[in-house]
Design a protein. Structure first.
Length: 256
């Protein structure tokens, strides 16, 4: 440890930054294996060579994992097109596993695509809860990953697919809200418009008249850059006892 401290102290700022970037982009398991298999360099020049070699190895490994995931996604797409949703989901799941630990933008984009496709498989398999969880994760992730915004097409798909899952789970008001979100992103999508009209007809009169806040305002889609954001809406007021009783009645009705 003391030898390592001495070597780091003798390194230039550029060399230190390079080492930090390398460690940040590397898989922790790869780092452990590399440190276990190779002794600590005895001088600064050897350490630089060691870092360069390790960086090349990490880059190569990451690219291999990315290419393998891309191939798995393509295989999953073929299964999905053939109506083999279980086989397709397995391919998308393996692709996501390969991408674990990769932080590049292209890897994050591919991971999201696989997750969105997996949600479609879950709908085909009638795995409603899994579909709702996957699509919800995508929406939450898109809110935090500002460098990887949802495209308009992705936004429509994720809200439409989550709406289908929520509807089958009896969450009709939430399904209607998600369809409204999808419609706001693309008002001309015929499938969304048909589903939106159907979902509205399924709502109780009281729910149908309530203004529904759109989650689209929380997402920065790649097609929404430069658009003026709407003012935040007021928090919903506390329900009266009569309103609470009506809500419980609707909840029991949906659970049947």
């Amino acid at each position: 440890m003391e030898e390592m401290k001495r070597q780091v102290a003798g390194m230039s700022p550029d060399a230190i930054n390079s080492a930090m970037n390398m460690m940040k982009n590397a898989n922790p398991e790869d780092i452990k294996r590399q440190m276990k298999n190779q002794p600590m360099p005895s001088n600064t020049d050897e350490m630089k060579q060691h870092m360069n070699a390790f960086e090349q190895h990490t880059t190569s490994q990451n690219q291999y994992k990315y290419n393998a995931s891309l191939k798995l996604k393509t295989e999953g797409n073929a299964f999905f097109s053939a109506g083999k949703h279980a086989e397709a989901r397995e391919k998308y799941t393996l692709a996501k596993k390969n991408l674990s630990g990769l932080s590049s933008l292209e890897a994050r984009k591919l991971h999201r695509t696989c997750m969105l496709n997996e949600a479609a498989c879950c709908l085909g398999l009638e795995q409603w809860e899994d579909a709702a969880k996957l699509t919800s994760f995508i929406i939450i992730n898109a809110q935090s990953d500002t460098k990887n915004p949802l495209s308009t097409q992705q936004g429509v798909k994720v809200f439409y697919r989550r709406a289908r899952a929520f509807f089958m789970l009896g969450e009709k008001a939430q399904a209607y809200q998600d369809l409204l979100n999808a419609h706001n992103l693309d008002p001309n999508d015929e499938a969304v418009n048909r589903a939106l009209a159907g979902a509205k007809g399924e709502l109780d009169e009281e729910d149908r008249e309530k203004p529904i806040e759109s989650d689209v305002n929380k997402l920065e889609t790649s097609g929404s850059a430069g658009k003026k954001k709407e003012e935040p809406k007021e928090e919903p007021k506390e329900l009266t006892p009569e309103e609470q009783a009506a809500a419980e009645k609707r909840k029991k009705k949906n659970a049947k």
